[in-house]
Design a protein around this ligand. Structure first.
Ligand code: CTP
Ligand code: CA
Length: 218
C-alpha cells in the first residue's frame, strides 16, 4: 500500500474537531473576532482522516481549504459552533481547537452610526462548548481541549483541564508569533502529568496528536 492510504487505525471512529475563530456580530458590518488562523485545527482534522477516522470539522471563518476526507461544517458564531457540535454527536473523541469568542453582544440590526457619544457594547458570555460536552449525556470518550496562554502556561492549562472536565489539554504559549504562524510548541497536560513537545511544524504536532488519539480510542 502507498503512504497516502489510511492505515486504518481509526477506521469506524468518529472524531469532531473545532477550528478557527468565531465571529460575533456587532452590527451588519462589524464583528468581534480573534487571531486564530485555523491552521492547527485543520491539520489535526487532516491527520485524523489519514488514520481512517470519520472527521467532522466544525470551522469558524478561515481562509483554508477543506482537508481530504473531512466533512466540514462552516459556522460563524460561538452559538452556531455549539449547535453544530451538538448536531454532530455522538463521537468517540472531540478535539476542540477553536478559539471561541468568550463574549458576544446583542447585535444591532442596522449599522451603528457615529454620534456625539461613543457607543458601549454590553457583552454576554458565550456557551462553553468544551465544558458542556464534558458534562453532557453524550460525552465523547476522549475530550481534548486546547489552551492558548500568554502567562503561566502550564498552571493555567492544568487548572483549565480540571475546571472544564477535559481528558487532555494541549497548551501553548501564544505570546510570540504562534497565532497564524507555521510552527507550534505545545505541552500535553493529562492525568499522567505534563509532556513538553519540542517546537515543530503544526502538521507535525497534528500527526503526533492524532497518533496519541488513536492509541487512546482505537
Ligand atoms: N472553548 C469552548 N467554548 C468556549 C470557550 C472555549 O469550547 N466558549 C474551548 C476551546 O476550544 C479550548 C478550551 O475550551 O479547547 C480552552 O479555551 P480557552 O479560551 O483557553 O478557555 P477559557 O475557559 O475561555 O479561558 P480564558 O479565560 O483563558 O479564555
Ligand atoms: Ca477563552
Amino acid at each position: 500500500s502507498t503512504s497516502l492510504e489510511a492505515n486504518g487505525e481509526l477506521r469506524g471512529r468518529h472524531v469532531i474537531v473545532t477550528a478557527g475563530p468565531t465571529h460575533e456580530p456587532i452590527d451588519p458590518v462589524r464583528y468581534i473576532a480573534n487571531r486564530s488562523s485555523g491552521k492547527q485545527g485543520f491539520a489535526i482534522a487532516a491527520a485524523l482522516a489519514r488514520l481512517g477516522a470519520r472527521v467532522t470539522l466544525v470551522s469558524g471563518p478561515v481562509a483554508l481549504p477543506t482537508p481530504a476526507g473531512v466533512d466540514r461544517v462552516d459556522v460563524e458564531t460561538a452559538r452556531d459552533m455549539a449547535a453544530a457540535v451538538d448536531a454532530a454527536l455522538p463521537a468517540d473523541a472531540a478535539v476542540l481547537v477553536a478559539a471561541v469568542a468568550d463574549w458576544r453582544v446583542k447585535p444591532s440590526g442596522s449599522k451603528i452610526k457615529k454620534q456625539g457619544t461613543v457607543p458601549s457594547l454590553a457583552l454576554a458570555e458565550n456557551p462553553d462548548i468544551l465544558a458542556g460536552l464534558a458534562r453532557g449525556p453524550r460525552r465523547p470518550r476522549l475530550l481534548v481541549g486546547f489552551a492558548a496562554e500568554t502567562d503561566d502556561v502550564i498552571a493555567n492549562a492544568t487548572a483549565k483541564r480540571a475546571r472544564k472536565g477535559a481528558d487532555w489539554i494541549v497548551a501553548n504559549d501564544v505570546s510570540g508569533d504562534v497565532m497564524g504562524g507555521a510552527d507550534n510548541r505545545v505541552h500535553l497536560v493529562s492525568e499522567a502529568g505534563v509532556e513538553d513537545w519540542e517546537e515543530m511544524p503544526k502538521e507535525q504536532v497534528a500527526a503526533r496528536l492524532a497518533d496519541r488519539i488513536a492509541d487512546a480510542i482505537a
